[in-house]
Design a protein around this ligand. Structure first.
Ligand code: MLT
Length: 246
């Protein structure tokens, strides 16, 4: 690696691991491919000013009112009563979100972000913005001499295939930037390399993808499994996630 400063990269399973990662002052990357991270990144790429992640439906409703924001989210994958949008990345179109703030509440993804909010820096990672996320996270890790934690939000806090594979793709990129991978990251990178030529169909075998297909959201699975569609990193600034050019 020559004179390039190296940094540690760890894997955290489940949204709760975001808290410990923030407490050890790592750069935190929260990953929820299906679908929270993909929705946030798409909204920002399509010109939303910011996405405010919150945990409860009640908080979401009152925050959206206070900020004249778009109210978005899901429970069991479905748009809650009275919400403007669900949690489908395909709903966050330019015509809908440009110049607007979005308040978003989801089952696991927004919890991972809120639990990690004390992190030195928190990024929202997805397959849609792999390169931008790896580039910014590694730069921040080098400049702050800290490690990086890849937090796979999972499905209701449990392990999920799509987040693990996304962590694998990020691990490969971070290793090229001087990251020292822990065993979880190494395992995720092996898994990703094994299926990268058929990523969408591999992810399609997972439980949450199967569930989304069962409620007619197969297009979300197809959209969210594209790699590097957007060249923006999504970064938490206090209480809102904003787009940053890497
Ligand atoms: C979550 O946060 O658990 C997910 O984004 C669920 C989903 O809407 O697919």
């Amino acid at each position: 690696m020559g004179s390039v400063r190296r940094f540690n990269v760890r894997l955290g399973i489940g949204y709760r691991s975001s808290l410990a990662a923030a407490e050890r002052a790592d750069i935190v990357v929260t990953i929820d491919v299906l679908r929270c991270s993909s929705s946030i990144v798409t909204a920002l790429a399509n010109g939303a000013n910011a996405v405010m992640p919150v945990v409860s439906l009640r908080e979401a409703r009152s925050l959206a009112r206070a900020h004249d924001a778009i109210l978005a989210g899901e429970r069991k994958g479905i748009k809650p009563a009275g919400f403007d949008l669900g949690n489908s990345p395909l709903e966050f179109k330019k015509a809908t979100v440009q110049g607007r703030t979005i308040v978003l509440t989801t089952t696991s993804g927004t919890k991972a972000i809120v639990l990690g909010k004390k992190a030195r820096n928190l990024l929202v990672g997805s397959l849609l913005n792999l390169n931008a996320t790896a580039k910014l996270a590694s730069r921040l890790a080098r400049s702050s001499k800290s490690g990086i934690s890849l937090i796979t939000a999972g499905t209701s806090g449990k392990f999920s295939l799509e987040d693990f594979l996304c962590a694998g793709a990020l691990s490969d990129l971070l290793a090229q930037e001087g990251g020292r991978l822990d065993d979880g990251c190494i395992a995720s990178a092996y898994a990703y390399r094994g299926v990268r030529s058929g990523l969408c169909s591999a992810i399609g075998e997972g439980l949450h993808a199967e569930y989304l297909k069962s409620i007619d959201l197969v297009d979300d699975v197809m959209f969210s499994t594209q790699e590097n569609l957007f060249d923006i990193a999504a970064v938490l600034r206090t209480d809102r996630v904003v787009a940053v050019k890497p």
